[in-house]
Design a protein around this ligand. Structure first.
Ligand code: SF4
Length: 243
């Protein structure tokens, strides 16, 4: 059994999916390329620029420290009035993989960290099955504050908040972005195209390669689609390896 197939089985087991025996190569095997030592793994990019001291300038010129501070006190959109706290992002600031969801939910709003709770646990399982720990990648949302009652992000909120994500991406300089779910994909790509049509494509967000897949919360409701996520993550790894 080749390393890719071993990894696929580990992924399916971690996701609670029985492994099928097939006489023909799996879709995942067809999509993905042979794995090379450490390729696509949690390798790190060079250190980002050091935070600039003094008064913060424009968001596009901020270092991590100023960016975190500005987000923490941000009032650029109405969500500041209903949040418990902002949810900045977590993980390695030198990660090659960046996972982006739409916005914090109730638990994230309470804890101040993205992708906690059941959906977060499923994301952790997906990462583990890919050979990563949560701290090897970077995880963030398009919006840093929770929309009330978990409603969909509004265009104006995305417009106001997106510069923070853009600056995070510039500082991290990831090899690939994985957009988690329809709303994240639509917010980043400025499209209304169905998620099913966006999946399977090598996309780009401000020059950084991007792949779209399902949100873990969706997978909790539709576990049959977990197999498709494996295909999407293999594509993301291919994108990374091809650079
Ligand atoms: S969602 Fe973004 S733009 Fe709106 S208040 Fe929060 S940090 Fe600021």
């Amino acid at each position: 059994m080749n390393p890719q197939e071993i990894r696929r089985r580990q992924y399916l087991a971690a996701m609670g999916i029985p492994v099928w025996e097939s006489r023909t190569p799996s879709v995942a095997t067809q999509v993905s390329s042979p794995q090379t030592a450490n390729a696509g793994g949690p390798t790190e990019s060079p250190m980002p620029p050091a935070p600039s001291p003094g008064t913060p300038g424009p968001v596009s010129a901020m270092g991590w420290e100023d960016l975190e501070q500005v987000v923490r006190t941000c009032r650029r959109c109405g969500l500041h009035s209903t949040r418990t706290q902002t949810v900045f992002g977590t993980g390695s600031r030198r990660a090659r993989w960046l996972f982006v969801g739409e916005a914090p939910g109730a638990e994230e709003d309470r804890q101040g960290e993205p992708f906690v709770g059941r959906a977060g646990q499923l994301l952790n399982a997906m990462l583990l099955a890919m050979g990563f720990k949560r701290e090897d990648v970077y995880i963030a949302n398009v919006l840093k504050c929770r929309p009330p009652n978990n409603r969909d992000p509004q265009a104006e909120e995305v417009l106001q908040c997106e510069p923070y994500l853009l600056r995070q991406i510039e500082l991290i300089d990831p090899g690939v972005i994985v957009a988690l779910g329809r709303h994240a994909a639509h917010s980043l790509l400025k499209t209304e195209m169905a998620l099913g049509k966006l999946r399977g494509q090598r996309l780009s967000y401000h020059g950084t390669p991007m792949v779209v897949t399902y949100h873990p919360a969706y997978l909790l409701r539709n576990p049959v689609d977990k197999r498709k996520v494996w295909d999407d993550l293999c594509l993301a790894r291919d994108v990374l390896e091809s650079q």
